[in-house]
Design a protein around this ligand. Sequence first.
Ligand SMILES: Cc1cc2nc3c(=O)[nH]c(=O)nc-3n(C[C@H](O)[C@H](O)[C@H](O)COP(=O)(O)OP(=O)(O)OC[C@H]3O[C@@H](n4cnc5c(N)ncnc54)[C@H](O)[C@@H]3O)c2cc1C
Length: 302
Amino acid sequence: MLRSTLLKLSQSKGFANWVTTNPRTRNMSHRFVAGEGVDEALAAARACNDQGMMASLDYLGENVSTTADAQHSRDAYLEVFEKIAAQRLNANVSCKLTALGLDLSADFCEGLLLSIVERAAATDNFLRVDMEGSEYTQRTIDLVKRVRSQSPAIGTVIQAYLYRSEKDIQDLLTFGCRIRLCKGAYKESPEVAFEKKGDVDGNYVRLVKMLLPSGFYHGIATHDPRMIGATIRCAAENKISKEDFEFQMLYGVRTDLQRRLVKDGYRVRVYIPYGKDWFPYFMRRLAERPANVGFFLRNFFR
Ligand SMILES: Cc1cc2nc3c(=O)[nH]c(=O)nc-3n(C[C@H](O)[C@H](O)[C@H](O)COP(=O)(O)OP(=O)(O)OC[C@H]3O[C@@H](n4cnc5c(N)ncnc54)[C@H](O)[C@@H]3O)c2cc1C
């Protein structure tokens, strides 16, 4: 119920405006967002590297409504690849296709995406296309496949809560596509997605068992110790080395677990969001964990 309400509110422009202009709530965004500028994100990536972790930088923005805004997002992605290279950071980049105009035109979006992937390839780097709500799943997969046929410096994300994900993984693996597996963060109907946590978790483990032995390098994105344990067991059973996959976690979430995995010799990448358009991302993080709402209210009324 609370999750549903928060996810619904994440699409409210009025609430977004109130939260992002209020100095107290703006300050709270730092719990999950590195900052509004690229330099803060680069500093957070440097701090991760210093602790033995990799990073993925995400310039926040989604569902842009003009081609000029989409081009502005493209420019931000091109800039961050240059800065990562100049500062010799161990970091790649994550992006959302609705920030690149997928709602406006698939062809236009593909052109921007290709230019970013070419910059990724030119700087010996990699672009991960995040997965958004299920109305975008097929279009995202189609675009990623088309761009990947021109450059391998692109991968995408599969969400374990969708019934279709097993088939999508089979499809993407035939293209040698690198996949990040996550549980899924959007509000979905029971027609397309598992509702119960136990079912999502069961599917997550099934999909890990497809990904790890596939021979390609994938990202296992979760903070759930049971999913992490299942991944470690699957790797051991299939004699898959710690070098052949990575765990991924969100900036500001379970930093204790991030450090423990590094200590145990696993590869860990931290997803670092930055930018002014942090509201929907922030709301999804609140929705994931009811205790985060308590944190929000306590800080607000302090
Ligand atoms: C690197 C990365 C990239 C992602 N990319 C996408 C994407 O492209 N598309 C998409 O739909 N989703 C994405 N997600 C979000 C994902 O789908 C889940 O919503 C989120 O990771 C919570 O699921 P969980 O696996 O951590 O398990 P859960 O069962 O939700 O949580 C397990 C435990 O992790 C901790 N935890 C989880 N979330 C939080 C939080 N917000 N704050 C504090 N503690 C928390 C809690 O201790 C919780 O008990 C991504 C997640 C990660 C880590």
